[in-house]
Design a protein around this ligand. Structure first.
Ligand SMILES: [Zn+2]
Length: 262
């Protein structure tokens, strides 16, 4: 495979222009350090094996790559030299809050940590980016929008949590208006497999910090997705600033701790 050349795949009719290629990535996207064989789905960096067709099968018949968790819930982080002490503190505090119910912890990387997150500030189209779960070795997590919501969203990805609107069963819960999406943003709405984690969460959480806003990626200011069974107006989904109980429950389900739903 040519380095940096990503999926050029025609999915079903609804995904008819869902494609990504190196030329489609902006210069700023290249700051995200997307590994070879991986694709950018919104702000998630995923192995192409985990991109699904509309019918739920993996593209090209690939076998799904399992999402790996962090042993004992410990996420070692190495901060980039370019970060300010305030930015580092924001990450520490955001992570502490995530561990309110779940047995997770962000620690500073030391020489005993072989797998770790390298966290840096970037200029990119998206507010941040992260791989899903533990990849092995050094993996980059990037932040452009320095606010708690974005930091926690990207850390959730690093801990192994995907978006709801990319779930294989999302069509049971949301309606997507493909024609209102920017060309490149269509790829943000592919379905992705999340074989390690998707079975744990049985309900679809519109309040999740892992759900995009109804206008995310819109080319014309119109709604691009809304709650199924409602209208675009009544079923509007707002991006939330705080983690939902469902988000805490998901982390608890993956890593143990104190069940927040009791
Ligand atoms: Zn995301």
């Amino acid at each position: 495979m040519i380095k940096g050349a990503f999926l050029l795949i025609l999915f079903s009719a609804s995904y008819s222009v869902a494609l990504q290629s190196d030329s489609a990535l902006s210069a700023s996207d290249r700051n995200l350090e997307i590994p070879r064989g991986y694709v950018l789905v919104g702000d998630m960096i995923l192995p192409e094996e985990n991109i699904l067709n509309d019918n739920g099968s993996t593209v090209k018949g690939f076998k799904e790559k399992r999402v790996e968790l962090w042993p004992n819930g410990i996420l070692p982080i190495q901060f980039s030299n370019g970060l300010t002490p305030q930015q580092e503190q924001m990450v520490v505090e955001a992570c502490q809050e995530m561990g309110e119910f779940a047995d997770i912890q962000c620690v500073e990387k030391n020489s005993s940590h072989k797998d770790y997150v390298f966290l840096k500030s970037v200029d990119s189209r998206s507010c941040g980016s992260s791989l899903l779960g533990r990849e092995g070795g050094r993996q980059t997590l990037s932040i452009r929008c320095w606010r708690k919501r974005t930091i926690q969203h990207e850390l959730m990805h690093a801990f192994g949590v995907s978006h709801h609107h990319n779930r294989p069963d999302r069509d049971d819960h949301i309606v997507i208006l493909w024609n209102n999406l920017k060309f490149l943003s269509r790829f943000s709405y592919v379905k992705v497999s999340n074989s390690a984690t998707s079975h744990i969460l049985s309900y679809y959480d519109y309040e999740s910090i892992m759900h995009y806003d109804s206008r995310s990626g819109s080319r014309n200011g119109q709604v691009v997705m809304f709650k199924k069974g409602f209208t675009p107006k009544t079923g509007y989904i707002r991006q939330t600033d705080v983690m939902s109980i469902g988000d805490h429950f998901f982390l608890y389900s993956l890593y143990g701790g104190e069940n927040p739903v009791r």
